[in-house]
Design a binder for this molecule. Sequence first.
Ligand SMILES: [Zn+2]
Length: 159
Amino acid sequence: MFCPNCGGELPSDANYCPMCNTVIKPSHSITLGRPGVITAASILSGIMGGCSIIGAIACFLTAGVVRSETPNTPEQLLGMMVTLELMIAIGVVLLIFGVLCLLSCNRLWKCRRSGGILGIALGVLGIVISVPLSIGSAIGIIPSIALIVLILMGWRSLN
Ligand SMILES: [Zn+2]
């Protein structure tokens, strides 16, 4: 790369010429289109959304099965009610999380910064939700961290 004003040789990432101080437009550094990391983040967000919605449906189905059972003792009735409320609560959280993941997937696909912000927030939320689930917490934590890392890597290309 050479300076258009004085013809001096420039470092490839120069913003101005060190010889004559002419401002160099970073025409070659502007990346057009969606970088691979953002494509990966969008797909990952979509997969997380799909899995969360499937998990929510599973919770609601489990709640339906529990509700259809006939308790024989007051202890069984109490156990059923606790399970029922727990399943519905987890199902609602997973459903909201899943829908927001799909929204983030769509915004990231279009290289929107709002998708990046939402994706990072969901990544943090995914870690927070996964921590209390001792079994399978890695299933939630690993993609959540990966999503945050991918978005941060491609952050500059979001607008
Ligand atoms: Zn120059």
